[in-house]
Design a protein around this ligand. Structure first.
Ligand code: CAO
Length: 415
C-alpha cells in the first residue's frame, strides 16, 4: 500500500529529541528520511542513558525508527559539498541545532535557496525572536518558559515539570504539522519556505487553557474550579491546581483498593454534569440528585472537596479496574492511573501498533511507541533505527558518487 508522504525526501539534520520526533513521524508517513550525523560520534543520544555497553541507547533507537543514517563532517569542505548535493535533491531540511549553528556551517537560507528554491527549511529553536532567541534550550527549560511549570504541581508546592515531553516531542509534533502544511502550499506556489517551531511557543500552545484562566482570574479574581476555591486565596497569576481538572467538568485523582502499597492504585474521576445522577446512585447518595446543595454544577463547585472525599470512600472499596468497569456501565468518565509497566504489557495497545516490539541487530528486541496517528490508507510499519552511517555508501551512490569517490571522501574524513 502507498504511504501519505511517498516521494518526499527529508534531509534530517536533527539531534536529541525534539527534531528526531518530527522526522520520525514524517518517516512513518512514508517520507525517505536521511539522517545526517557527525562521523565517529553521531547523534549524542546514541551514547546517552545506555543500558547496554557499546550499543545504541533506547533514547536514540526510540526516536529514530524508519530512517537512514549517513555520516557527513560538515566542518570539512568536501563534506559540505556532499551536503549541498543532498540539499539539491531533498524536499525538506529539518534541524534543531543551537541558534546560529546552521549559519556558521555556511548553510544559510540564501545558500539553500540558490541550490534548491523548493526546499522547506524547518527548525526547532528554544525561543522565537526576542530576549532569549540565542539561548540553548532543553525540555524542562521550555516547560518552565512556556507556562507549564508555574501551573503544574500541588497548590501549596513548588512549580513542577511533567513527565510528558511537551517541550521536545510536543514541539516536534508542531513542526511536523508545519512541514506538511508547507509541502501542501508548495503545490501552488512552487516555492519552499522557512518553518519555525519555538519550544516556548509550542508549550504555551499546549497550556492555552491556563492563559484562558489568567484572563478569567483578572476579571473575576477567583477560579471556582480550582482547589483554592472556596476557602483559599488567589493571587494575581493562575495558581497550580494540583490534580483538579480546572475545566468545566470537575475531576480529581482518587485512591483505589491497594493504594497503601501500590503507588498507582488510583483513578481519575470526573463528575461530568450529565453523569451526576448515576454517580450519586453508584456511591449510594441518591438524595444528592435533588438536594439543592449538590443538584446543579454551580452548587457543587462550593463542595467539591467533600464530594470527592465521599466518592473516594467508594473507589477505595474497588481496584482501579473494578471501578472502571462499574463506572463505564453508567457512562461516568474516568481513567485508571496506569504505570509504564501496565502500559508496556497492555494487549490492546500492542494490537493497535501503539506499543511495538522491534528487533535491532546489536540490541535485540525492545519495546517502542509506534505511530500514535492512525491513517486508513497509510499504515505504519515501524522498522529499527539505523546504525551510525549504515547508509552512507547507499545514499552517496544514489547521489551519483562512485566507489572510488566514496573511498576518497572517507579517507579525507569528509564522511
Ligand atoms: N559535522 C560536524 N559538525 C557538526 C555536525 C556534523 N555532522 N553536526 C553538528 N555539528 C556541530 C555544529 O556545527 C555545532 O558547531 P559550532 O557550535 O562550532 O557551530 C556543534 O556541532 C554543536 O551544535 P549544537 O550547539 O546544536 O549542540 P549542543 O550539544 O551544544 O546543544 C542543544 C544541544 C539541544 C541545547 C542545542 O542544539 C539547541 O538549543 N537546539 C535547539 C533547541 C532544541 O531543539 N532543544 C531540544 C533538545 S532535545 O532535549
Amino acid at each position: 500500500m502507498s504511504k501519505a508522504l511517498d516521494g518526499v525526501r527529508v534531509l534530517d539534520f536533527t539531534h536529541v529529541q525534539s527534531g528526531p520526533t518530527c522526522t520520525q513521524l514524517l518517516a512513518w508517513f512514508g517520507a525517505d528520511v536521511i539522517k545526517v550525523e557527525r562521523p565517529g560520534e553521531g547523534d549524542a543520544t546514541r551514547g546517552q542513558l545506555r543500558d547496554i555497553p557499546g550499543v545504541d541507547s533506547l533514547y536514540f533507537t526510540m526516536l529514530n525508527h524508519n530512517k537512514r543514517s549517513i555520516t557527513i563532517n560538515t566542518k570539512n569542505k568536501k563534506g559540505l559539498a556532499v551536503l549541498d548535493e543532498l540539499i539539491k535533491t531533498c524536499d525538506v531540511l529539518v534541524e534543531n541545532f543551537a541558534p546560529g549553528a546552521l549559519d556558521r556551517m555556511g548553510i544559510t537560507w540564501d545558500h539553500i535557496q540558490k541550490l534548491n528554491p523548493r526546499m522547506i527549511v524547518a527548525s526547532v529553536k528554544g525561543f522565537g525572536p526576542g530576549p532569549y532567541e540565542d539561548c540553548k534550550v532543553y525540555e524542562n527549560v521550555a516547560q518552565c518558559a512556556g507556562g507549564s511549570a508555574s501551573t503544574t504541581g500541588m497548590d501549596d508546592g513548588l512549580p513542577m515539570v511533567t513527565g510528558a515531553q511537551i517541550g521536545d516531542s510536543g514541539t516536534g509534533l508542531h513542526l511536523a504539522l508545519g512541514i506538511v502544511a508547507a509541502l501542501y502550499q508548495r503545490n501552488t506556489t512552487g516555492r519552499g519556505q522557512k518553518v519555525l517551531a519555538p519550544m516556548q511557543d509550542a508549550v504555551l500552545n499546549l497550556c492555552r487553557v491556563k492563559l484562558r484562566d489568567q484572563q478569567r482570574l483578572e476579571r473575576t479574581h477567583t477560579l471556582h474550579e480550582y482547589p483554592q476555591y472556596p476557602d483559599g486565596k488567589f493571587g494575581d497569576a493562575v495558581p497550580r491546581a494540583g490534580n483538579a481538572s480546572g475545566g468545566g467538568q470537575p475531576g480529581s485523582i482518587l485512591k483505589c483498593k491497594g493504594w497503601e502499597t501500590d503507588p498507582n492504585a488510583y483513578i481519575y474521576f470526573i463528575t461530568q454534569a450529565a453523569a451526576w445522577p448515576a454517580i450519586c446512585r453508584v456511591i449510594g447518595e441518591e438524595e444528592w440528585i435533588t438536594d439543592e446543595a449538590y443538584a446543579t454544577p454551580q452548587a457543587r463547585l462550593l463542595h467539591l472537596k467533600p464530594i470527592f472525599r465521599r466518592i473516594e470512600q467508594w473507589t477505595m472499596t474497588k481496584t482501579k479496574f473494578e471501578a472502571m468497569d462499574i463506572l463505564n456501565k453508567y457512562d461516568i468518565p474516568c481513567g485508571p492511573i496506569l504505570s509504564m509497566k501496565e502500559i508496556a504489557y497492555e494487549p490492546a495497545l500492542r494490537e493497535t501498533g501503539t506499543v511495538v516490539e522491534v528487533d535491532h541487530p546489536t540490541r535485540g528486541k525492545y519495546l517502542t511507541v509506534g505511530n500514535p496517528i492512525k491513517m486508513s490508507d497509510s499504515p505504519t510499519e515501524v522498522t529499527r533505527s539505523p546504525l551510525l552511517g549504515e547508509h552512507t555508501d547507499e545514499v552517496l551512490a544514489q547521489l551519483g558518487f562512485g566507489a572510488a569517490d566514496i573511498a576518497a571522501l572517507r579517507a579525507e574524513g569528509a564522511v
